[in-house]
Design a protein around this ligand. Structure first.
Ligand SMILES: [Fe+2]
Ligand SMILES: [Fe+2]
Length: 187
């Protein structure tokens, strides 16, 4: 493991300050979590599964928020391809729906593995479209990707800071605490 992997990207000022590089680094991190899940999903390591799912959901929630709030509006204006941007938005909405469902589940739930597997498939497809269609179009515009990246990095730091209104607390842990660690049997 490289040193850069051990330090949260948000703590490395000046790294990934190009908007696309920052998003690609996020994509690599979630794809890595999807691969890790593939390796454990058929086994009994429930705690490990829950940890991977919680980490991926948290990464994805912050990532889609930054794209929805900052990157997509700027791109929509710059590339003038509403069809592409609308499809991306629908894909974000489907992902968010699955994330919300996963946040109220644990690994004992019979749909847990299926939900996360489908989420991973959706997101892999979505990432591929961003890489294959959206990013090349963005690069052809005069969009200031460095300025945009700095704005996005600032927002990411806000979203990741645990002290700020608990916004970045892992959703699963939050929910579990709220209902006293209720197991899925009660559902
Ligand atoms: Fe996206
Ligand atoms: Fe993305």
């Amino acid at each position: 493991m490289k040193l850069e992997d051990l330090i949260p990207k948000s703590l490395l000022p000046g790294q990934d300050d190009d908007a696309i590089a920052m998003l690609v680094a996020d994509h690599d991190r979630v794809k890595d979590l999807f691969d890790q899940f593939e390796e454990v999903k058929e086994g009994r390591a429930n705690k490990q599964k829950e940890k991977i799912v919680a980490d991926a959901c948290r990464e994805l929630t912050i990532h889609t928020k930054i794209e929805d709030e900052i990157f997509y509006p700027a791109v929509r204006k710059a590339i003038k391809d509403d069809d592409l941007m609308n499809e991306a938005k629908v894909e974000h909405d489907s992902a968010k729906q699955l994330i919300r469902q996963l946040e109220s589940m644990d690994a004992g739930d019979e749909m847990f593995v299926a939900k996360f597997t489908v989420l991973a498939e959706y997101v892999r497809h979505h990432i591929e479209e961003e890489h294959r269609e959206m990013f090349p179009k963005v690069k052809k515009t005069g969009l200031d990707l460095e300025a945009l990246g700095q704005k996005m990095m600032k927002r990411k730091q806000q979203l990741m800071a645990p002290s700020r209104a608990g916004r970045a607390a892992p959703p699963m842990a939050r929910k579990r605490k709220a209902n006293g660690g209720r197991a899925s049997a009660a559902r």
